[in-house]
Design a binder for this molecule. Structure first.
Ligand code: GCB
Length: 615
């Protein structure tokens, strides 16, 4: 993310139209060292900017670019109001423009925007009272895909990546009284984007997650990582980073329910190393999703998080949760809102989706194909569902483009930085179904080692493609070397042959590592019935599940599965009229909540534990 250094802009007089113009001219921001990640942002007091925003659909991006495509100094971010006698026409007016709700995608809010891909402007007024010795950030839960933010006409930041939160510092731009924020959000798919041009989900655009203002003191807790040590029994470790913290300043951690407390010192790099011995800790697990209140304080700053403590590691082909082998009875989930469609983003959406996963007998969910929102992760922590968290490195990116790698690294940093304290997350997935090329392998190996250096307490995975020789499926993608857990997607019985072929399929896996079948399945329209051989019927889909379950039990290192998918989701790749109607219908549940026959089949296998070993 690019953002303006407050120092660069401090001398510019605030508030006046002229100042805004100057600022806009100077606007090409100095790149600052590292973007601020606010871990536990949802646990801080904030001023919500959710609600109705003025909006202008701008397919030619005329609000930002002149007729010769130069960046305008008088763009719509100035939020001008025409005055009598003006010597120029003002061709936009946010106060009269139609409204869009935030948080929400624009596609499902306005019929004319269902297929829209391009820029949309948003504007909202807010009153504010700056406090001394306080920094203020515009916290954006997610804006798909690129976004630009201005406050009172001054550029605050630009961001790329549609599924992670980010923070724009606006301390330099706000003043007492009435203020306004203008955002431009552009969901145009890009060849050099992550994801890239091709996906199999709807390209929901807009401010799809909440927007708020977060105030912090000059020195503040920006990131922390607190987890149970794998090496030392009953020790919670790792660090708290204090942005602007002086070396020698102290950080305090308290876990009242454990009677635990420690003080640590901030070192030169802003981090305080944490090491707390705890007694009688109840470890977080799907059966006992125990969360503890953890109070973190540093100088003037403090916040309470709710954290569960558990370990996860591998031993040979086992996955060990709290030292014990576990089988991951999972399901894949898109962030598609149940019943109403569109981007899921509320606690209720999360509880409905994860409630269905629990009803299915799951202890695990694969949150595909991008980082899901904080509500989902909090709900997984509370409900006891282990999570595979995934970045949008999906299909064929420009793996040989260093700029694309930099974007993937930035998105990974944001994903891990914001969600590293969720006990539910056990796996960081680096990619889904990427082509096996050297450039791809190098690219994803770089991401995997970055993920490990950011967080060594979790496991690294990716969903790989498999190849076939006759009736044998071979897992030998060289990317497997960089992974702790191998994920594989296969569609026997749907894209490939018929469901019965699973009965004679053998598997050759060239890695001595745990394996998760991260996708299998087939489409069925809820309520459409026929015989086992009639595609698109519930019976056909159920038959795929029956045969797949038998086959999966013959894969020796199988330690988990997350069939594709819990609920039908919108996808423009799926136009078959009367059946798909632009929904991927591989859900066990329709987008309107109707359970298909395959739901009961998987549920029975999970509840009776007839699939999977090592538990
Ligand atoms: C896949 C992809 C997933 C698709 C699914 C399908 O292999 O990973 O994103 O939606 O297949 O339905 O074809």
């Amino acid at each position: 993310m690019k953002f303006l250094s407050p120092l660069t802009l401090a001398p510019i007089a605030l508030g006046t139209f002229l100042a805004s113009l100057v600022a806009a001219f100077l606007a090409l921001p100095a790149l600052s060292a590292a973007p601020i990640v606010l871990t536990g942002a949802d646990r801080r007091p904030s001023i919500s900017l959710d609600g109705e925003w003025g909006s202008i659909v701008d397919p030619y991006f005329s609000g930002l670019f002149s007729f010769h495509h130069q960046e305008r100094a008088d763009g719509w971010f100035l939020n001008q109001k025409a005055k009598p006698g003006d010597s120029f026409p003002t061709e936009y007016d946010f106060s009269q423009a139609s409204k869009l709700k935030v948080p929400a995608d624009w596609n499902t809010q306005r019929e004319s925007l269902l297929y829209y891909e391009g820029p949309v402007w948003y504007e909202r007024d807010f009153t504010y009272q700056p406090q001394v010795h306080t920094r203020v950030f515009l916290h954006v839960g997610a804006a798909n895909y690129r976004s630009w933010f201005w406050v009172n006409g001054q550029k605050a930041c630009e961001h790329e990546g549609g599924y992670t939160s980010f923070n724009c510092e606006i301390t330099f731009a706000v003043h007492a009284g009435n203020n306004f924020v203008v955002a431009a959000v552009d969901n145009t798919r890009r060849e050099d984007g992550i994801p890239t041009l091709e996906t199999d989900w709807w390209n929901y655009g807009g401010l799809t997650r909440s927007v708020s203002l977060i105030e912090v003191p000059e020195a503040f807790i920006d990131q922390y990582d607190l987890h149970l040590s794998r090496d030392e029994k009953s020790v919670i470790e790792d660090w708290v980073h204090v942005e602007g913290g002086q070396p020698g300043a102290s950080v305090e951690i308290k876990i009242p329910q454990l009677g635990a407390k420690t003080t640590a010192m901030v070192s030169e790099n802003g981090r305080a190393v944490i090491h707390i011995s705890v007694n009688h800790l109840e470890r977080w697990s799907p059966e006992t999703p125990r969360l503890y209140k953890v109070r973190i304080s540093a100088g003037q700053d403090a916040l309470d998080d709710l954290i569960g403590f558990r370990t996860v590691e591998t031993r040979g082909t086992e996955i060990l949760l709290n030292g014990k082998p576990i089988f991951l009875r999972g399901i894949s989930i898109h962030a598609e809102a149940p019943y109403r469609t569109g981007r899921a983003n509320t606690d209720k959406d999360a509880e409905t989706l994860l409630g269905w996963a629990k009803e299915l007998g799951c202890n695990f969910v694969r949150l595909a194909h991008y980082p899901h929102d904080e509500s989902m992760l909090r709900a997984a922590d509370r409900m006891g569902l282990l999570v595979w968290s995934e970045n949008p490195v999906y299909w064929a990116l420009q793996f040989d483009n260093p700029k694309v790698l930099a974007k993937a690294e930035q998105q990974l940093d944001e994903e891990i930085g914001t969600s590293r304290n969720h006990a539910a997350i056990i796996l960081w997935s680096m990619a889904n179904e990427t082509p096996s090329t050297e450039a791809r392998t190098r690219f994803i190996e770089t991401l995997a080692s970055r993920a490990r250096s950011l967080d060594s307490s979790r496991l690294i995975t990716a969903a790989l493609l498999v190849r076939s020789e006759g009736d044998t499926k071979i897992v030998d993608d060289s990317l497997g070397q960089a992974l702790d857990v191998i994920g594989v997607n296969e569609y026997i019985g749907w894209y490939e042959k018929n469901p019965e072929v699973a009965d004679r399929t053998q598997w050759r896996i060239d890695y001595q590592k745990p394996l998760i079948v991260s996708e299998f399945g087939g489409d069925a329209k809820a309520g459409l019935h026929g015989g086992d051989k009639d595609r698109w019927t519930e019976e056909y889909q159920a038959n795929i599940y029956r045969h797949q379950l038998g086959m999966l039990n013959r894969i020796a290192p199988l330690r988990g599965m997350s069939p594709w998918i819990l609920m039908d989701f919108r996808s423009p790749r799926r136009p078959l009229a009367g059946i798909q109607d632009e929904f991927n219908r591989k859900g066990l549940i329709s987008d309107q909540g109707q359970k298909k026959q395959a739901f009961a089949i998987l549920q029975k296998a999970y509840k009776d534990k007839t699939v999977g070993r090592s538990e």
